[in-house]
Ligand binder design. Structure first.
Ligand code: CO
Length: 465
């Protein structure tokens, strides 16, 4: 065992968790040179929700951001988060899109791709792992951590062994809800280290207030890398803060090789940035509080706030407790999926519908039906017959790899948007988010000629009467 390595998340998960993914590239670049010299193992800078948010809200080309960051970080590895066959979207994409997306991500500067699947269905990880290795990237494969009667240490060890066999260059325990308890983490890390030979990383969120202790036990048990976020955007629903985590290891063999003085200079930069976000109203106090309900209900903080707004819009906030009790029941009915995108939204919405309609599974969203049909992958345990029948009747369930049902699309898309294409990557942007991409392309085109893009919207056309 030796010094711990640090993956800094402030350019991805931290601002995704705390300020709705609104950090701009121009806010990242001024501090890049210093950050590049600190000694971070890697910087998580891309993927997750950043791609969508760049296009939709910031009117930035995410590919431009990646290239700019690559240019700025000459020494530090750049990491991204990829939802397996869902890439950076919310559904399965065909294999041609997955391969090209991974290729372009690496070509534009990504070193490490963290790949996960919401259902831990390894068939959904296969293509992206293969592509990452084919194009010379480091394939880190992540376990979506959750708790249930079937999600025990043995389950995770078997999963990790399979991931390593599939070519994982490292494995990550991804605790998106911040529910991994310290002593469970200790046992989990110890058992994983016994059974796998690639490096092991831990990723948690401070949401429920336990992640610091969880990291310490994981470190003592032999984890190699931890994910933290610089303190101005650390803790809360983000990762444990970087500086105190490092300071806690002082005087031990775990102390990382980090330039502490330089690190504290960087803290000052982000403090100013945080103040700016506070002034702009981007930083909501809610995400900074410790939310112990997460421990009680085992649901991510983001899901709780979604439920509240869904009920508010129905004028039924008084049914919140009933819905919260329904969530674990729906989850059990659906075979214990981990509550991460897109499963957290499905389970949450179904629980709301079950409570408000007064009859369970009377109303079922299309996504939940497709999940039960097997189109998202395998549930952790098989869904019981009576539940299946309530949701999809006697329809047959698909048991193959979901993406095998999808035809290649890139050639078709290239033709479809040929008038907008300025770079190879544009067709990928379009494949992932067609509507958002088109809006962005129009905006980009209009900007070039300094014209307001609204002029190009059909509804704004003025016809003579
Ligand atoms: Co996260």
């Amino acid at each position: 065992m030796s010094a711990i390595k640090i993956t800094e998340t402030i350019f991805r998960d931290a601002h995704q968790s705390l300020i709705a993914t609104r950090m701009k590239t121009e806010e990242m670049l001024p501090i890049a040179e210093k950050m590049d010299k600190v000694g971070f193992h890697a910087l998580e800078v891309w993927g997750g929700a950043t791609f969508d948010a760049c296009l939709r809200f910031l009117k930035e080309d995410p590919w431009d951001r990646l290239r700019a960051l690559r240019k700025a970080f000459k020494n530090t590895k750049l990491q991204m988060l990829l939802r397996g066959q869902n890439l950076l979207g919310y559904k399965n994409y065909p294999d041609d899109v997955v391969e090209e997306f991974v290729k372009k991500s690496i070509e534009n500067g990504i070193d490490i791709i963290r790949i996960f699947d919401a259902l831990n269905d390894t068939r959904n990880l296969k293509k992206s792992i293969e592509a990452t290795k084919k194009y010379g990237g480091h394939a880190q494969v992540a376990i979506s951590y959750t708790t249930s009667p079937v999600h025990n240490i043995e389950y995770y060890v078997n999963l990790a062994i399979e991931m390593e066999k599939m070519g994982a260059d490292s494995i990550c325990i991804k605790d998106m809800s911040g529910i991994l308890l310290p002593y469970v983490a200790e046992e989990l890390v110890r058992e994983l280290k016994k059974n796998i030979s690639v490096p092991l990383e831990i990723h948690s969120h401070f949401t429920s207030g336990i992640a610091n202790q969880t990291y310490m036990k994981a470190i003592e048990a032999g984890v190699d890398i931890i994910d933290t976020a610089m303190s101005p955007l650390g803790n809360g629903t983000s990762q444990p803060a970087t500086e105190p985590m490092i300071a806690s290891l002082q005087g031990t063999k775990y102390y990382p090789d980090i330039d502490m003085n330089l690190l504290l200079e960087i803290t000052e930069y982000f403090k100013d940035l945080r103040e700016k976000y506070e002034k702009e109203g981007l930083l909501n106090n809610k995400v900074l509080n410790v939310d112990v309900r997460t421990l009680k209900y085992q649901v991510p903080g983001g899901m709780l706030s979604n439920l509240v707004s869904q009920l508010e819009s129905q004028g039924a906030l008084d049914r919140f407790d009933e819905v919260l009790e329904e969530v674990p029941k729906v989850r059990k009915d659906l075979g214990y999926p981990p509550l991460v995108t897109p499963m957290s939204q499905m389970v949450g919405t179904q629980a709301v519908l079950n409570v408000l309609s007064g009859e369970r599974y009377k109303m079922v969203p299309k996504e939940v039906k497709n999940y039960v049909r097997g189109l998202y992958g395998k549930s952790t345990v098989p869904i019981k017959e009576d539940i299946k029948e309530k949701i999809i009747g006697d329809e047959e369930v698909y048991t193959g790899r979901p993406a095998d049902l999808l035809e290649p699309v890139l050639k078709k898309y290239e033709k479809e948007i040929s008038e907008y294409i300025e770079q190879d990557e544009d067709v990928l942007t379009y494949a992932l988010f067609p509507n958002v991409a088109l809006d962005f392309f129009k905006h980009r085109q209009a900007q070039k000629y300094k014209i307001d893009s609204q002029l190009l919207d059909e509804e704004n056309m003025v016809y003579p009467v």
